[in-house]
Ligand binder design. Structure first.
Ligand SMILES: C[S@@+](CC[C@H](N)C(=O)[O-])C[C@H]1O[C@@H](n2cnc3c(N)ncnc32)[C@H](O)[C@@H]1O
Length: 291
C-alpha cells in the first residue's frame, strides 16, 4: 500500500521496535520515525548507528505532533500509523498493560509522564468510571464493573483490576476472551488520550503527505477503525462528487482517494495471533505529483 522505494520518504508514526521501519529501509526508502516510548528510542538509536542519520531519523514525540516533525523533515510519500501497543509493551509486566501477568497499574505509552491507570481506577467517581468504560472499551456492563472497581479500592496491580472485573462479570476461562479485555482497553485509551491523539494526527495528514502520497492505518479495535473509516470517507471528496454529494469548490488540501482495506489472512493469524483483530485502511492524497 505504501510503496516504499529509493528516493521516497516514509513516515513511521509508531516506530515500536522498528519492524515496519526496517521493512521500509530494506526497500531503499528513507524513514522518519516517531514514538513516545523511551524503549523505542533506545531501539531507534541502535538503528541510526546501523544505517546512518541520512536514511533514518527518529523523534521521541507524540504522533499528534506529526505536522511539526514534517516541518523539520519534509513531506512524506508514505505515512504509517500502526496503532495501539507493541508486543514488548504487553509482554513487560511492569508496563501494566497485561491482565495475563500482574504488574503495576500503569498503561502509559510514555512512562515518564502523565496519569496512570491506577490514578484513574482509584480516584474517578463511580459514574465517571462507568462512562469511561462504556465509551472507551464498549464494556457490556460498565455500571457493574465500575461498582466492583470502586469496592475493590485501592487497586494496585493489573491482577487486582482483572480480579475485580471477573467478580463483576464471570471467571476467566482458558481459550475464551478474558472478561477484562474491554476494561483494560478503555483504561489504556483514557490514560493515553488515544481518541484525541488520533483525531489530531488525522487532522495533520494534509500537512504531512505530499500529493500522490499514501497513508496506511492499522487498527486493532472497532471504535478506532470507525474513526479512520469515517475520516477517509469524509475526505474522499472525489467519490462524494461522483455520487453528487459534494458541491462548491473542491478543497485540494482534503482530496484523498480511499484504498482497498484488508484484514489478515488465516495464515498470517496462525503466524502471529496478535494480528487477529487488525484492520488495514489506506488513502492516497490526490493532486499534482511533483517529480
Ligand atoms: C503497535 S506498536 C507499533 C509496532 C511497530 N509497527 C513495529 O513494527 O515494531 C505501536 C507503537 O506506537 C507507540 N505509540 C502509541 N501511541 C503513540 C502516540 N500517541 N505517539 C507516538 N507513539 C505512540 C507505542 O509506544 C508503540 O511503540
Amino acid at each position: 500500500m505504501l510503496q516504499p522505494a529509493p528516493g521516497r520518504t516514509m513516515y513511521d508514526a509508531t516506530f515500536g521496535r522498528g519492524g515496519h521501519t526496517r521493512a521500509f529501509l530494506k526497500q531503499g526508502a528513507r524513514v522518519v520515525a516517531l514514538d513516545v516510548d523511551p524503549a523505542a528510542e533506545v531501539e531507534a538509536e541502535k538503528l541510526t548507528a546501523e544505517v546512518g542519520a541520512d536514511r533514518f531519523r527518529f523523534h521521541r514525540v507524540n504522533f499528534s505532533d506529526l505536522a511539526s516533525v514534517a516541518e523539520k523533515e519534509g513531506a512524506a510519500d508514505g505515512l504509517l500509523l500502526d496503532l495501539g501497543i507493541s508486543s514488548p509493551q504487553v509482554d513487560q509486566a511492569e508496563r501494566g498493560f497485561s491482565f495475563q501477568q500482574s504488574g503495576p497499574l500503569d498503561m502509559r505509552m510514555d512512562p515518564t509522564r502523565g496519569t496512570t491507570a491506577a490514578d484513574l481506577v482509584n480516584h474517578l467517581s463511580e459514574p465517571e468510571l462507568r462512562n469511561l468504560l462504556r465509551d472507551g472499551g464498549e464494556d457490556r456492563d460498565p455500571g457493574k464493573i465500575a461498582r466492583a472497581i470502586v469496592r475493590a479500592r485501592p487497586l494496585v496491580t493489573t491482577a487486582d483490576l482483572a480480579t475485580a472485573v471477573c467478580r463483576a462479570t464471570r471467571p476467566a476461562r482458558p481459550g475464551i476472551k478474558h472478561p477484562a479485555t474491554r476494561t483494560f482497553l478503555a483504561l489504556r485509551r483514557a490514560v493515553n488520550r488515544e481518541g484525541e491523539v488520533l483525531d489530531r494526527a488525522l487532522a495533520a495528514v494534509p500537512k504531512v503527505l505530499r500529493a500522490g502520497g499514501r497513508m496506511a492505518v492499522l487498527t486493532y479495535h472497532s471504535a478506532e477503525d470507525r474513526v479512520v473509516k469515517h475520516w477517509i470517507r469524509d475526505h474522499a471528496e472525489e467519490e462524494k462528487r461522483e455520487m453528487g454529494m459534494a458541491f462548491g469548490q473542491p478543497n485540494p488540501e482534503h482530496w484523498v482517494k480511499a484504498l482497498d482495506e484488508s484484514v489478515p489472512t488465516e495464515e498470517e493469524i496462525a503466524k502471529n495471533p496478535r494480528a487477529r483483530s487488525a484492520r488495514l485502511r489506506g488513502a492516497e492524497r490526490l493532486g499534482e505529483v511533483k517529480s
